[in-house]
Design a protein. Structure first.
Lengths: 584, 198
């Protein structure tokens, strides 16, 4: 390194604003992402609880909200939900959970905090860009929240914003589009930063095949964000033009609304929106799950005290998965009248993409074999992730084949399927990650008893919510009903499940209080621990807890071996860290 | 602790951070414009009177050709500016880099004349889908030119102080700005035949 290279973050002392608000330190930015995203997750969950009340007790006044909304309130007069408001809740629950909750916490928070530490880097490659991407995300979030207060309320055309419905929707949709453009910009800046950091800032000796699996998962995720998000940005610009400049990109000729012909040029295509949207949104599914798999892989290796089984296969599967995820998008569109040839192509690619997912999951399960498992708090969440993700993945297969998709599409089965992947899947991995890396961030452990008190009811309630959805869906209940199916004859036999799901959801809400208490209490009063409390092998545990501001390590570490060298035969302890020079 | 490989290439990857970052950013830009070009194809294939719309729009091929030449020239002056820095000739750099910015402004001027002519004939984005995609593609491209003008103006103005304190890093910045500029130029080279000639 020459003198020219000594520019960048520096060790200068910064004031309050530069230290906590406009920080360029990847750890502070990671925490900012994490806290903001957790607030959004809670908010999005709250929207869903409102919907679940309406589904279990259609058009009955919500006892908790009776007095909050006046008799003439457009959303919930006297606590009774209006159909328009239900649509807003549906659209915004999806948008907030995916774009403001899961992606920012899985990539923005865990990626930012852990990746530079695990590769032995002093910071991200572009610290100022990192700050910019957090603030773009923040602005996008504020725009989304503000949209509830415009006339007609927030976006109400679903999180997929299908045209032409979304083009003729109320002003909330314009806010949604502008908010999305801010969020996409944030993701693009973040993705560039992650890829450059991982490729350029690896410590000495940290070859690609010595990267922890979590880093590989983040690298592939960043490529997905980088290449899949721009088409949605293009689509967002086009829909914005349709709404504000009177173009007809997504408006076909001869559209009639409430008996009135729409006064536009026409000639556009509603399907064009779906293609552009799903070209993003299918890779997005893997953006939601890959970081979760990365977190779980780290924790399983650490708590089974043995190397990951098939590390290389897992890495190659992840890369293959990333590549394939760009050519499966039209399996979301089997019922749009596509030809059998096109449909066969997308069914085939969809079946192929399930192979690498199964390889990764199988490798994780086999990793348990013969290990001496420690049932620590993070391990409980990680273990629960495996069957939950498996249910989510396997219930997806019938949706990937057009013959069975004809019956199942747009039913609660679809909702059950993808929520199994994202809710008890990714969110459990997020809980696992928070418990696992909490000692690195604060120097203290989270309380084990409280963690178990949170874990077991959460697992129970999650299944209480999503398992009945699969049942209702197989009975043919549509996912878009404001009354939960009460008006439909074929739904009567499974109508009681609405109450099961709703009460499970309320229960899930209550037990999250335990997690929040544990998180806040442990920051000040958790058990103090050393810098490597889990006896782990990866480089982040070589740094002090918390790692030094602007630089992380006392001296930059060197990677001497692979990431999961546990129980090496002949070794004096059951773990050999990457940063340990030679066995003495 | 300082971030490594800001100026010098990492030996095993052969690039510095900034250059890799710009290339990745350009990859995402390819996807952005790729989606819009796909939209163009999608709309055109489904339209019955595309040729009528195209001829009614009356795009001026002489202005388009002139703008193509202007942008290609600006790419050449951009390379000359970077080469001047490599030869440590800051005066020449200022001349060539200034010319690049001036040519970008000329491009924007012609674009404004074109847009003005369209508007005065009542050709708006909502008129038909050819004009709609024309305005989106050229408008987004013009925004990219504008972004380039702003960044380049910073680099030749207040940003140029870096030349005295860290000439190597300044040269890296100009190279990165150049990569972006060539890409914007390349997008126009695809836009011109697609919209004006086909």
């Amino acid at each position: 390194m020459s003198a020219d290279d000594h520019v960048g973050s520096g060790n200068a002392k910064h004031g309050f604003w530069r230290t906590y608000v406009f920080s360029t330190d990847h750890k502070t930015i990671g925490l900012q992402y994490g806290l903001t995203a957790m607030c959004f997750l809670l908010f999005g969950f709250g929207l869903m609880l409102l919907m679940r009340w309406q589904l279990a007790y259609p058009e009955e006044a919500n006892p908790l909200l009776k007095n909050l909304f006046g008799e003439n309130h457009p959303f919930m007069p006297g606590g009774v939900m209006m159909p328009d408001f239900y649509n807003q809740l549906g659209a915004m629950h999806g948008t907030i959970m995916v774009f403001l909750g899961i992606v920012p916490i899985a990539v923005g928070a865990f990626g930012n905090y852990v990746v530079p530490l695990q590769i032995g880097a002093p910071d991200m490659a572009f610290p100022k860009l990192n700050m910019a991407s957090y603030w773009c995300y923040f602005v996008g979030g504020v725009i989304m929240l503000a949209s509830f207060f415009v006339p007609g309320g927030a976006a109400n055309s679903g999180w997929t914003s299908y045209a032409p419905l979304s083009v003729i929707a109320t002003d909330g949709q314009t806010f949604w589009l502008i908010g999305m453009i801010a969020l996409i910009t944030s993701s693009l800046l973040g993705a560039v930063n992650f890829i450059v950091t991982i490729i350029q800032l690896r410590a000495e000796g940290m070859t690609f095949m010595r990267l922890p699996f979590f880093v590989w998962a983040q690298l592939v995720t960043a490529f997905l964000l980088l290449l899949a998000f721009p088409p949605l940005e293009a689509a967002g610009i086009l829909q914005l033009m349709d709404r504000v400049a009177g173009t007809s990109f997504f408006l076909p000729s001869g559209l009639v609304i409430s008996g009135q012909p729409l006064q536009v040029a026409g000639g556009g295509s509603a399907l064009l929106w779906q293609h552009l949207f799903w070209f993003l949104a299918h890779p997005e599914v893997y953006v939601l799950i890959l970081p979760a798999l990365g977190i779980v892989a780290e924790i399983i290796a650490n708590n089974t005290r043995r190397p990951l089984w098939g590390y290389r296969s897992m890495v190659y599967s992840t890369i293959f998965l990333g590549f394939m995820s760009f050519i499966v998008w039209a399996h979301h569109m089997f019922l749009t009248g596509m030809s059998t040839g096109i449909s066969s192509f997308f069914q085939t690619t969809t079946m192929i993409i399930s192979i690498p997912s199964v390889v990764i999951l199988t490798a994780l399960v086999i990793s348990l074999w013969g290990g001496s498992i420690r049932f620590t708090a993070p391990m409980l969440y990680a273990l629960a992730f495996l069957p939950m993700f498996a249910i989510g993945g396997l219930t997806g297969l019938p949706l990937g084949l057009s013959a069975s998709d004809i019956a199942l599409h747009d039913t609660y089965y679809v909702i059950g399927h993808f929520h199994y992947i994202v809710a008890p899947g990714t969110i459990f991995a997020v809980f696992a990650g928070i418990h696992y890396w909490f000692p690195k961030i604060t120097g203290r452990k989270m309380n084990d008893t409280l963690a178990k008190l949170h874990f077991w009811p959460s697992l129970l309630f999650m299944n209480g919510i999503f398992m009945p959805m699969l049942v209702q869906g197989l009975a043919g209940v549509s996912r878009r009903l404001y009354d939960g199916g009460a008006a439909y004859a074929h739904a009567q036999d499974v109508l009681y499940l609405n109450k099961v799901m709703s009460h499970s959801a309320f229960g899930l809400g209550v037990v999250q209080v335990i997690f929040i208490i544990n998180l806040v209490w442990s920051i000040k009063s958790g058990e103090k621990v050393s810098r490597n409390p889990w006896d782990a092998t990866t480089l982040e545990w070589a740094a002090p807890s918390p790692p030094l501001p602007h630089g992380n390590f006392e001296t930059l570490p060197v990677a001497y071996r692979g990431p999961t060298e546990y129980s090496v035969p002949g070794s004096s302890s059951d773990f050999t860290p990457q940063f340990q020079a030679e066995e003495s | 602790m300082d971030i490594p490989y800001i100026v010098h290439a990492r030996p095993d990857t052969g690039v510095n951070n900034g250059k890799l970052g710009v290339w990745l950013f350009l990859a995402s830009e390819v996807m952005l414009f790729g989606a819009l070009f796909s939209t163009y194809v999608f709309l055109r294939v489904g339209a019955s009177d595309w040729h009528t719309w195209h001829s009614e729009a009356g795009l001026s091929i002489p202005i388009g050709t002139t703008n193509t030449i202007v942008l290609i020239t600006s790419s050449i002056t951009m390379v000359m500016a970077w080469a001047s820095l490599m030869m440590k000739e800051f005066g020449k750099f200022r001349l060539y880099f200034g010319l690049t910015i001036a040519l970008a402004l000329v491009f924007m001027l012609f674009k404004a004349i074109e847009y003005n002519a369209k508007f005065s004939h009542g050709h708006f984005p909502g008129t038909n889908n050819f004009l709609a995609i024309y305005y989106v593609l050229t408008g987004l491209h013009a925004l990219h030119i504008l972004g380039g003008i702003i960044v380049n103006s910073y680099l030749i103005g207040p940003g140029a102080k870096l030349w005295r304190t860290n000439a190597a890093q300044f040269t890296c910045r100009i190279e990165a700005a150049g990569l972006y500029w060539h890409f914007v130029d390349l997008v126009w080279i695809f836009l011109f035949p697609t919209l004006y000639l086909l």
